[in-house]
Design a protein around this ligand. Structure first.
Ligand SMILES: Nc1ncnc2c1ncn2[C@@H]1O[C@H](COP(=O)(O)OP(=O)(O)OP(=O)(O)O)[C@@H](O)[C@H]1O
Length: 130
């Protein structure tokens, strides 16, 4: 990851009220192609560092975007991840997850604890803390 700021888009699945209208976007690689009312590409292209299609999991987002930052953070570098988007775009689902999948916050914290475990840190008696 070379750029200091990276932007990743996660397209969420349609919710019930949107199903009659259908998908608004076609995802291809790291680009989004808006679809017009006939579901044809409108000709515009929006490209980002990463684009995750609507069947992507939070784990995929974590592995691709978050884990490299966690790996740097545990070495002392600063890192920030925030979700930005209009209401109901899926920020909470991505950050916190739901009953079916963990969010990237939980995955990041778990990953940090795994890292600390591998350091075999010892308490004052010399016993490895697990
Ligand atoms: N990947 C996903 N799979 C299934 N459902 C999803 C997914 N992402 C979002 N949703 C659903 O879409 C709806 C809106 O998502 P969410 O509440 O995360 O949006 P939000 O951006 O946090 O909204 P707000 O800004 O209004 O709080 C919710 O019903 C959520 O369960």
């Amino acid at each position: 990851m070379s750029d200091k700021i990276q932007v990743a888009i996660k397209v969420r699945p349609l919710v019930t009220r949107e199903k009659d209208v259908g998908e608004f976007w076609r995802v291809d690689g790291n680009a989004l192609y808006p679809l017009n009312i006939d579901k044809q590409p409108s000709g515009e292209i929006f490209a980002y560092d990463h684009v995750f299609a609507n069947n992507s999991t939070n784990m995929e987002v974590f592995e691709k975007v978050v884990k490299p930052l966690v790996n740097r953070a545990v070495k002392g570098f600063n890192a920030t991840i925030f979700a930005y988007g209009q209401t109901s775009s899926g920020k909470t689902h991505t950050m916190l997850g739901d009953q079916n999948e963990a969010g990237i916050t939980q995955l990041a914290v778990s990953s940090m604890f795994d890292f600390m475990k591998r350091l075999n840190l010892k308490d004052e008696t010399g016993k490895v803390i697990d």
